[in-house]
Design a protein around this ligand. Structure first.
Ligand SMILES: [Zn+2]
Length: 284
């Protein structure tokens, strides 16, 4: 899936797939409601896709959230019904090599976003993009090294240590620009240092809100994942980001949505948001 935002080209890459408990994914929303939109499997799990975002500006190649990677075996692979990612093959489909990635952005360091930044070389795990700097918010990085009791299942220190040892993390604080036209915007509530990605060129915009709005169902204000550390903060933050996206008629890309992950926000007769097919962002 490719889109054009002015002079910047976007592509969604498959960073692996897994299944998560539907109750955890939709928090206080009754099963009778979410299961119509997301039919669960026999273990009450719903399918999740990890969509890495490739951003090509006229002079930089940025990859956001490289997904699940290949460092998976045993019990967790089974619990999560996990299909590993293969970002190298996905980049090749776009005529790129891992060496071509200059910046790798982590919206946050949960395993389903960060693990794909490593690959195995003989018996060692090394950065999958040898020439990239790895950009993350400082407080997210600090937290990922010592997560709390509540969210420690979402982080794996083995995903982060090889990058930390390589000295390639670039820790940022607050809103920043990681390439011309590519802004990183802090959004509170899901994890200690989540950042959304906003792409802007020639008057057009795209938003990649990451786990602030993981699936289409989460466009509704009260559909909040139980994984959110502060659900009511997430509610306010997603309304802020969606109001901006609506005002600018921006493309919105949902990083975990399996079927129709991208579109322009519109409202139906009842005032509920949906994403309309993004004709104005069609790739040439
Ligand atoms: Zn996630």
């Amino acid at each position: 899936m490719r889109f054009q935002v002015g002079r910047i080209e976007l592509a969604l890459l498959d960073g692996g797939r897994f299944w998560l408990d539907g109750g955890a994914m939709f928090g206080i929303v009754p099963r009778s409601l979410w299961s119509r939109q997301y039919p669960p499997d026999e273990a009450n799990r719903v399918p999740i896709v990890c969509r890495a975002l490739l951003i090509r500006t006229p002079d930089r190649c940025v990859l956001v959230d490289p997904g699940l990677g290949t460092n998976w075996e045993g019990r967790w692979k089974e619990i999560l019904k996990l299909t590993p990612g293969n970002i190298g093959a996905e980049l090749a489909r776009h005529g790129l090599k891992p060496d071509d990635i200059q910046t790798c952005v982590f919206t946050h360091l949960h395993f389903d976003h960060a693990a794909g930044a490593l690959h195995q070389l003989y018996d060692q795990w090394v950065p999958a993009f040898p020439k990239a700097e790895f950009v993350v918010q400082r407080d997210e990085f600090e937290h990922a090294r010592q997560p709390g009791v509540r969210d420690r299942a979402s982080y794996r220190v083995l995903d982060i240590l090889p990058l930390a040892r390589s000295g390639r993390f670039k820790l940022v604080e607050g809103d920043t620009e990681c390439a011309p036209g590519v802004r990183l915007v802090r959004v509170a509530g899901h994890s200690p240092g989540l950042q959304a990605v906003v792409v802007e060129s020639e008057g057009l915009r795209a938003y990649y809100p990451s786990d602030l709005i993981p699936l289409l169902g989460h466009l509704r204000p009260t559909w909040l994942a139980a994984y959110d550390l502060e659900p009511s903060t997430v509610l306010g933050e997603k309304q802020r980001i969606l109001a901006e996206a609506e005002e600018h008629r921006a493309l919105v890309i949902l990083g975990h949505e399996p079927l129709h992950p991208a579109g322009v926000p519109r409202r139906d007769a009842e005032g509920n948001l949906f994403l309309e097919k993004p004709k104005e962002f069609a790739h040439a």
